[in-house]
Ligand binder design. Sequence first.
Ligand code: G6P
Length: 646
Amino acid sequence: MCGIVGGIAQRDITPILLEGLKRLEYRGYDSAGMAVVRTGELQRERALGKVAELEAALTRRRLNGRLGIAHTRWATHGKPSLANAHPHLSSASVAVVHNGIIENFEPLKARLEGQGYRFHSDTDTEVIAHLFDSHYREQHEPRHAQEARDTLLAAFRATLGELHGAYALGLIHRDHPEHLLCARMGSPLVIGVGSGEHFIGSDPLALLQVTDRFIYLEEGDHALMTSHDIVIFDGEQVVEEISSDMPQSPDAGTEQLGAGRRALGARPIIRYEHGSQAANKGDYRHFMLKEIHEQPEVLRDTLADKLTPEGTLLTAVLGPEAAELLPQVRQVQLVACGTSYHAGLVARYWLEALAGVPCSVEVASEFRYRHVAVQPGTLFVTLSQSGETADTLAALRFAKSAGYLATLAICNVPGSSLVRESQLRLMTHAGPEIGVASTKAFTTQLAVLAWLALVLGRQQGRLDDADLAEQVAALQALPEQLRQVLELEPAIAELANGFAEKRHTLFLGRGAHYPVAMEGALKLKEISYIHAEAYAAGELKHGPLALVDDAMPVVTVAPSDTLLEKLKSNLQEVRARGGRLINFVCERAGLVDEEGVRNFPLPKVPELTAPILYSVPLQLLSYHVALVKGTDVDKPRNLAKSVTVE
Ligand code: G6P
C-alpha cells in the first residue's frame, strides 16, 4: 500500500527520501515521487513503476533541498499513471503526499474547480493540495517568522477540518523552507526524531537509516516540524513539544526531555527495538527466505516473555486488566485477514480442545458489516502482523461498542493502531517482516495462540499440572524441531523444479491441518501465481476429486494424529485417479515413496505444535516454486504487505 517519507534537515534530504522509498517498496506500489523545496522553488519528480525508475529520473534531473516529501502510491482513486503519482501540487507552491482515502473529495473538488483550481489527476489527494492553497490564501501575508508559522497552521487546520475519511499526510510549502506539516487520521504516521533533523514516515522502517527514535502520532494529531523542533497538536491544543537537542536517556525505551523543555509526555519517543539490520536481507537472496529461516529464533523470542524456562505461564504480558478479565471468558471471537485469518482458524481447534471455550473465526471484511449476536463473556481477539489492516481495525472499532467482554490484539508491531486501541495485547516478537507473503509472523501468531489456549485451559480448569507441563514442553521443543524441518529445504527445492510447470494444485489436510493446507495454498498463489485450492480431505469426494488427474499435484499435510488413518484413505482416492501426491508426513506414518507419490518425512511432534511445524515446508515449497518461475518473490504482483484501505 502507499508509503510516505519526508523530512526537514540541514543537509540535502533527497538521498534520505530515496532510501526511505526503497525501504517502503515491500509494501507494494505502482508509482513513486518526491518533492523538495529549495530557495523559493518547489521541485518535483515522479515515475511510474519501481523506485529505481524514480532514481533514474533523479540522476537525469537532480533535486536538492533540505525540506522534502516522497511517496510510493498504490492506486485507489485513479489508475496507476504518472499524473496520479504523488506528490500532488497546487499553484506551484504546495506539495502533498497522502495515504488513505478522502471520502468527500468529489464535492470538495467541485467547489475548488468553481474557485478556479485546475486538477491534473484523478486522485482524491489533489483536493488536499488545492484546499490547503485556498485556505492559505485566505490568511493575511505573514510579517515575521511566528506569523508565518501561524499562517501555515491555520491553513492546515482549516484543511483538515474539511476532510472526511482516512489520511496520513505530509505537506510542504515553497515559501516555508523550514516547515514540514503532517497529520494522522485513520492511517498510520510516525515522526522520526533526529538530531538537528526530523522526519516523517508511514512506517518506522522507512527511516531506520537516519534514526531509531520514533513518536507514534495518535488519531487526529497534526504536527509542525522544523529541523530543531516538533510540536504536536490535538486540535489547537499542544500535546507535545520537543527539541532535538534534548539528551538521550541511557536506558532507552521511552525518553525524557531535557530541562526547560515542555514534557507533556503525551506522545513519548520510543526507541525502535529491532535495530536497522533487521530490515536487511543479509546473505539471503530474498527477505522471504530469510524470514522463513528466522523462525526458530523468533519463535523462541516470542515465547520468552510468556513462559518461564520452568514452564510457568506469564499472563501479566496480556496487560494489567488481564487478571480480572480472563476468569470471565466464556467464548472467543477471532477476527483477522489473509494469513492471520488462517492462524485464527488453527487456533479454534486448540481453544475448543484445550480450554473447552467455544470459538468463532471470521474474516474482518465480513465481520465488520454483519449484525453479530454477541454472547456474554465473549473475548474479541484480533490477529494482525501489521496492526494496521483497515478491515481488522474497523472490526475492532465496531466490537468495542458491541458488548464484548474485552478486546485483545495479537500483533507484531508494538505501536500499531490495533495494539493501542485494544484493552489487552499479546506481542509476537517476529521482528520486521518485509516479504509480502507472511511466514514468521504466521508461525509466531500460532505460538501465541497455542499459549493463549493453555492460559484459558488452565483458567477453565481443563488442564492439570501434568497436562500443562506436557503442552509447555511441546512449545519449548519447537525451535529445535523447526531447525530440523528447515533441513528439508534442498529436497523441496529439487521437487520445485517439476512443480513450476503446473497450473493448478490441491492442498489437503484434516483437523487443525486443514487451515495449514489453506495457508500453504495461499502462499503458493501469492508468490508463484499458480492456482491453488485447499480442501478438508474429507470433502474430496464432494467435488474436487473431479479435478484430479496426473497433471494436478496434490499436496497433503499428514502429521501423525488421530485423523492420519482417515487421511490415508483420502490419499488412496487420489492415487486411484492417477493424481500425484506430495506428502508432508510424520516420519512414523508408514507412507512409502512410489511412482507418483513423494513423501517428505517430518519429526513426530505433539498435536499442539504440529500445525506450526508443518507450515514451514509449505512455505519452502512456495518459495522454491516461485524461484523457479522467476517471479518477484518479496513483492508479488498486485499485492501489498499492509492493506491500510478497505
Ligand atoms: C495482506 C498481506 C498478507 C497478510 C494480510 C493481513 O494481504 O499481503 O500477508 O496476511 O494483509 O495483514 P495483517 O498485517 O493484518 O496480518
